[in-house]
Design a protein around this ligand. Structure first.
Ligand code: NAD
Length: 357
């Protein structure tokens, strides 16, 4: 089969980790007889430098015309002083909106080989965890009305959160379907004791729960959830939550897996083939040093094979290769803790060698 993949390398470590994932995809293509055709498009700071805007029209058109899209990361200190609508991060919101990507799947599991890297207590680590965070991606406060005004105490800034029934219903249904295919447990996270949007969210979760009697559904306040994630992560199977809560909780979940460099994500629309990216940022502090862990991006490519192209065994072969490399004790600097650290390229080579076995 032949698949076209748009590449959004972005900034910082983005180009390094996307190149790693491309090399892995090429190895999978060679092994299983698929042709992946890669076309790079500008995004983020790189696009600002080249054409004065973070998300050029050509990038949007190219992504919409591709079978799927792989993104590295955007942003960096060079562009931090720009006004909000010209910042690299604006491109992320723009491409998600343009592709209608309202579903963000963020798996966070503890690899047995990385137990020593988990910062939690030994008895908690011993239980392990395997969580799927289903984050709403195109609504809420990140997309609401915002601005500056003269308030009671002078200069004031505001952001607003709003959610429609339609936006909540469609993401909650995805979460219930996801739970159905896993351990059939769903935790909906909100702030219903304070926020009106959360009260509507919770009401809709309860309505939809009636359609899924086989799934054990419960609510949890976001402040409690932040605590429970480090106290007893094994209690979670699928989590569903709003855009901002999902953003924050998935970073917390990433840290208890050992490193943010390990976590992939898939952003889907329910129709298109989606956009796949690591959950971390552009890590400007290590860009160009060869220290970036490419695994989150390589696992994002594995999610692409599964969700966009239904190439199940090809996807599994990547996940297994990553497992084996970690079990063999190979580490990049972020997870090395005293062990010899491989560079981005060396870790990628090791994964490709496992794939070819
Ligand atoms: P970050 O995720 O880039 O980095 C946080 C820490 O984790 C840093 O110490 C970094 O070195 C480390 N890290 C991240 N990815 C790593 C990897 N693959 N291997 C090893 N270590 C890794 O977050 P930040 O420092 O808050 O943000 C840096 C820039 O990235 C900012 O401009 C921010 O806006 C942007 N950002 C972009 C995205 C995205 O493109 N999706 C997401 C988050 C932040």
């Amino acid at each position: 089969m032949r698949y076209t993949i748009g590449l959004l390398k972005g900034d910082g470590i983005g180009p390094e980790i996307v190149d790693s994932a491309v090399r892995v995809l090429k190895a999978v293509g060679k092994k299983y007889g698929h042709e992946f055709i890669f076309t790079p498009y500008l995004i983020g700071g790189a696009a600002i430098d080249e054409c004065g805007m973070p998300l050029p029209e050509e990038t949007v058109k190219g992504c919409l015309a591709s079978d799927s899209v792989l993104l590295g990361a955007v942003g960096g200190p060079k562009w931090d002083g720009l006004p909000g609508n010209l910042r690299p991060e604006k491109a992320l919101l723009g491409i998600r909106e343009a592709m209608g990507l309202f579903i963000n799947l963020r798996p966070a599991k503890l690899y047995p080989a990385l137990k020593a890297e988990c910062p939690l207590r030994e008895d908690i680590v011993a239980q392990g965890f395997d969580i799927m965070i289903v984050r709403e991606l195109t609504g809420g406060i990140y997309f609401g009305e915002r601005g500056y005004r003269n308030g009671k105490y002078g200069e004031e800034a505001y952001d607003t959160e709003s959610y429609s029934r339609m936006e909540i219903e469609r993401i909650v249904r995805v979460a219930f379907e996801t739970a159905r295919k896993r351990r059939k447990k769903l935790t909906s996270i909100d702030k219903a004791n304070v926020l009106e949007t959360s009260r509507l969210w919770r009401k809709i979760v309860h309505e939809i729960a009636a359609e899924y009697p086989d799934v054990e559904a419960s609510d949890m306040l976001v402040d409690n959830a932040a605590m429970q994630l480090v106290r007893n992560p094994a209690q979670f199977d699928v989590i569903v939550t709003s855009n901002m809560f999902g953003d924050i909780l998935s970073d917390e979940a990433s840290q208890i897996t050992g490193s943010i460099g390990m976590l992939p994500s898939a952003s889907l629309s329910g129709g298109s083939c989606g956009l796949y990216e690591p959950i971390h940022g552009s890590a400007p502090d290590i860009a160009g040093t060869g220290k970036a862990n490419p695994i989150a991006t390589i696992l994002s490519a594995a999610m692409m094979l599964l969700y966009a192209f239904s190439l199940n065994k090809e996807s599994e072969s990547i996940v297994n290769a990553v497992d084996k490399v970690l079990e063999a004790g190979l580490r990049t600097a972020d997870i090395a803790r005293g062990k010899v650290a491989l560079s981005t390229d060396e870790m990628t080579d090791a994964i490709i060698r496992e794939l070819s076995v």
